[in-house]
Design a protein around this ligand. Structure first.
Ligand SMILES: [Ca+2]
Ligand SMILES: [Ca+2]
Length: 304
């Protein structure tokens, strides 16, 4: 796949902010596109082996993140991004500080036996950029390479206010998207045959299937539109999976509901502005790596 920027290299800067939408497995109803903390993490359990590819020798393990010592930021939203040098961003989501703490899981969010970074941002002024002069707060942890075996990797973080990576790269640069996460607009066109029906969409990385945005909408005038704050990892071919719920049962039924699949173009955005992408009613039922679109849409995070 293409030109992913090495985020640790000089000149490939890193910043961020954000809101996340974790995939809402089997979510029925609710039409919003972005819910920070929309809890419903999809359990990988039960999905293993449902699709060919990589499962027999999993390259990725779940990562549990437990944060403490954040009392100074009570009630604030924290964007956490994790990435490896080899696979890029492997997870990103927001959490709300409650009782000085928060915790969540990155499904398949740790690249086994690799050094991996965790970086986080409290975007005090809400502009989506990292600027400590504006009161933003960052933190950083390098997870040293380990193989957790069949277990998840448990990682604890504290409000350490670190703002440079282990390679001394400033993670807080107001001129760059934090953690490489940019906003994305995804517009559907050519869906006239489905006017009035409900469409479900998610966008994810092919590396480990991490979902960076998901939502539902009603097809109107042959189209629909989603906006996912911090839902795109710049420079990457990012997958976009769609199904139109033709039978209206809230889940993707192969052969009945209409699926689509495409990927972003991995261009190099030169300015910090939402990336615009389109999806069409192309009736594709598998991803480029042969994951079944319905299987993924129904909540199974399938590793490539
Ligand atoms: Ca900011
Ligand atoms: Ca259906």
């Amino acid at each position: 796949m293409g030109s992913r920027c090495n985020e640790l290299a000089d000149g490939c800067v890193i910043l961020l902010m954000a809101f996340f939408v974790w995939v809402c497995a089997g979510c029925q109803g609710g039409g919003s596109t972005n819910h920070p903390d929309s809890g419903a993490e999809v359990g990988a359990t039960g999905c293993e082996g449902v699709d060919a590819g990589g499962i027999a020798s999993p390259a990725f393990a779940d990562m549990n993140v437990a944060a403490s010592g954040f009392a100074a930021h009570e009630g604030r939203t924290v964007l956490v991004v994790t990435r490896s040098n080899g696979s890029g961003v492997l997870g990103a989501r927001s959490a709300t500080v409650t009782g000085g703490a928060f915790a969540f899981r990155f499904p398949k969010g740790y690249q086994r036996s690799a050094d991996q970074e965790l970086l986080w941002l409290i975007d005090a002024d809400g502009d989506g950029l990292c600027n400590t002069d504006a009161g933003d707060h960052t933190g950083y942890l390098l997870v040293n390479a380990v193989d957790p075996g069949s277990d998840a990797l448990d990682v604890s973080i504290t409000d350490n206010h670190v703002r440079t990576t282990s390679r001394n790269v400033d993670i807080c640069n107001p001129a760059a998207p934090f953690g490489e996460m940019m906003d994305i607009n995804i517009t559907g066109t050519g869906f006239q045959a489905h006017d009035g029906q409900r469409v479900h969409l998610l966008t994810r990385t092919a590396s480990n299937g991490a979902i960076f945005g998901s939502g539902e909408a009603v097809v109107t005038g042959g189209g629909f539109a989603f906006h996912f704050p911090k839902g795109y990892v710049r420079f990457t071919y990012q997958e976009m999976l769609v199904f139109v719920d033709v039978d209206g049962d809230g889940v993707c039924v192969p052969g009945t509901d209409h699926t689509s699949y495409s990927a972003t173009s991995a261009f190099n955005p030169v300015q910090i502005a939402p990336v615009d992408e389109q999806v069409t009613d192309n009736h594709t039922s598998q991803t480029a790596r042969h994951a079944d679109v319905c299987v993924v849409m129904n909540g199974c995070q399938v590793a490539p």
